[in-house]
Ligand binder design. Structure first.
Ligand code: NAP
Length: 544
């Protein structure tokens, strides 16, 4: 196919955006509206990013639809009708498609093309971007909207090539995956595994769930949205959105400001029960100190552990499903519908691969260290992602002096505000490491980043500046702030993707900013008020 037919005839643009998920789409809309020429390259064949790829049975958002949506257009948020409290993947995808059509985004997106290289040219201050189709595009600004949970982490088991069944990853689920009546295995019991298991159990002939680490999961209490509730939210949208932007967690559900240790057990249980009934993440806000104080955390954990024991008939299985060794909330909490009760079904088995690890695959199935072979037709890898940095460093991004982003981040990702990294002028990492995005509502985080980048680009146009990058000092200071914010929480106590522990060889650094969404926003706003003193513009560089 020629470039023109694929829409790549224009090979010089102001802004090249990589990824047509919700961040990339908003960046396209916003920056075009400000008069920049923008092109988006997307490796998938449709919009939606995460919600395009994660189409495994049962995939559903764990943040409420009325919050997990764009706020930039009052008309859009009034017109779009969500049907359920937690939107399904098909509903999220339909929303993405609607946004693409409504704002006429498709003509500016090239689908089915993956960006493989991006090199900063120090002579003209532009990025030369290469794709797997051999295209070369020149852009003044490069916006990586590649997602924070999009580079799949795929274990390679010994003997994998011999396995006669099919292997699929939840994060790129093929639409023709057959499940009905088959012997299915699932490796992984994080958010994806916990969501897919009940749905596979409905259709598989036999289901084996290979669990290495049990995770805390809160019941979703999903339900259809009541029309009067939707009307109320829509009537108060501006106020509610602003409340979320200024909050700690990016949500309008308030944290109970009491300490769990300041009330008696009856009152504590009443509060936990109330939050449990609300469903989802709200549980962690039962008390002010659940995520910070080990004792308060233990009380909340014990409450959830008892819920697991009550849901599972077989006491040995129940004990295996009870998480140990990490505080509740220190790994991303899961939100489920009927996960634990699935293990009461006669054809569903929990296999403890902490006790007897997976040793490899055979022609017929999966083998564990105790010598047992588990016959399988389909192996589902719900094994997660090289989170927060993977999608950026999988592209061969080269900044000043030909240094790659992978080299620069070899000892841990360093950014300024999660948005830029020194030595890579005019490169923006939307919701990058060092930003609070994964600890809040991704839409809120993406909109803030895109708006902030847009303001900076307008500022540069007005100043006549060609390039921008943060100072090394600002980046160093921010990295220290990110580390300090994490130290005030229980997050670092767990092996999780927040610290890169799920990817062999990845340096252990707490990646998100845990100081709160509202505080982070104020810091970003202050940078602008202070005239971007923590950035270097090319005019300054010529002086140096
Ligand atoms: P994850 O939380 O990283 O879980 C991966 C699972 O795979 C873990 O249980 C891990 O065990 C296991 N695993 C990996 N390699 C293994 C191996 N070689 N042998 C045995 N077990 C192995 O990944 P995820 O479930 O895809 O979720 C990632 C994030 O995506 C979530 O935390 C959430 O932020 C997001 N997400 C959100 C939704 C939603 O909105 N509802 C749904 C899905 C995902 P260990 O823990 O022992 O390493």
């Amino acid at each position: 196919m020629g470039d023109e037919a694929r829409g790549l005839s224009e090979d010089v643009v102001d802004v090249l955006v990589v990824g047509a998920g919700f961040g990339g789409m908003y960046a396209l809309h916003k920056l075009r509206g400000l008069g920049f020429s923008v092109r988006v390259l997307e490796r998938g064949h449709g919009v939606g990013g995460t919600w395009y790829w994660n189409r495994y049975p049962g995939a559903r958002c764990d943040i409420e639809s009325l919050e997990y949506s764009y706020s930039f257009s009052a008309e859009l948020q009034q017109d779009w009708g969500w049907t359920q409290r937690y939107p399904t993947q098909p509903e999220m995808r339909a929303y993405a498609e609607h946004v693409a059509d409504r704002f006429d985004l498709r003509p500016h997106i090239t689908f089915g093309v993956a960006v493989t290289t991006a090199a900063y040219d120090e002579d003209d201050g532009c990025w030369r971007v290469g794709t797997d189709a051999g295209d070369l595009i020149t852009a003044r600004f490069l916006v990586l909207a590649t997602g924070v949970l999009s580079a799949a982490s795929v274990p390679q088991f010994p003997g994998q090539e011999r396995f006669r069944g099919r292997i699929v990853h939840t994060g790129s689920w093929p639409e023709d995956t057959e499940v009905d009546g088959l012997r299915v295995g699932v490796v992984g019991t994080g958010s994806s595994g916990i969501q897919v298991v009940p749905h596979l159990a409905e259709r598989a002939g036999h289901l084996s769930v290979f669990q290495r680490t049990a995770n805390y999961s809160i019941s979703a209490a999903n339900q259809p949205l009541a029309p009067e509730y939707v009307r109320d939210v829509k009537a108060r949208y501006p106020e509610l959105r602003e409340q979320a932007r200024r909050s700690f967690t990016g949500s309008t559900v308030p944290i109970n400001r009491q300490s769990a240790l300041a009330v008696d057990q009856e009152e504590r249980d009443r509060r936990f029960e109330e939050r449990w009934a609300l469903g989802g993440f709200a549980f962690l806000g039962s008390f002010d100190d659940v995520t910070r104080d080990p004792e308060a955390n233990r009380l909340a954990a014990r409450f959830v552990e008892d819920k697991i024991r009550a849901a599972v008939d077989d006491p040995t299985t129940a004990e295996l499903l009870v998480p140990t060794g990490h505080p509740i909330g220190s790994r991303r909490i899961c939100v489920d519908t009927g996960y634990h009760a699935t293990f009461n079904l006669p054809h569903v088995r929990l296999v403890d691969v902490r006790r007897a690890p997976i040793t490899g695959l055979t022609e017929a199935g999966l083998r564990t260290a105790d010598g047992e072979e588990h016959p399988l037709h389909l192996l589902v890898l719900a094994t997660g992602f090289d989170a927060m940095t993977g999608s950026f460093v999988r592209i061969d991004v080269r900044g000043r002096g030909g240094v790659t982003l992978r080299e620069k981040w070899a000892d841990g990702a360093r950014t300024y505000l999660g948005l830029q990294t020194a030595g890579f002028p005019n490169l923006f990492t939307l919701t990058g490491p060092g930003s609070p995005a994964v600890l809040c509502n991704m839409f809120l985080a993406l909109e803030q980043h895109v708006d902030w980048v847009a303001d900076l680009l307008v500022e540069m146009r007005e100043r006549g500046a060609r390039t921008v990058e943060p100072t090394v000092d600002a980046e160093q200071d921010w990295s220290e702030q990110v580390a300090r914010a994490a130290e005030r929480t229980l997050y670092p106590q767990a092996d999780s993707w927040y610290v890169g522990a799920n990817v062999p060889g990845k340096p252990r650094v707490f990646l998100p900013y845990a100081g709160g969404v509202g505080k982070y926003r104020r810091i970003c706003e202050q940078v602008v008020v202070d005239g971007y003193r923590t950035f270097v513009f090319d005019a300054d560089l010529t002086v140096v």
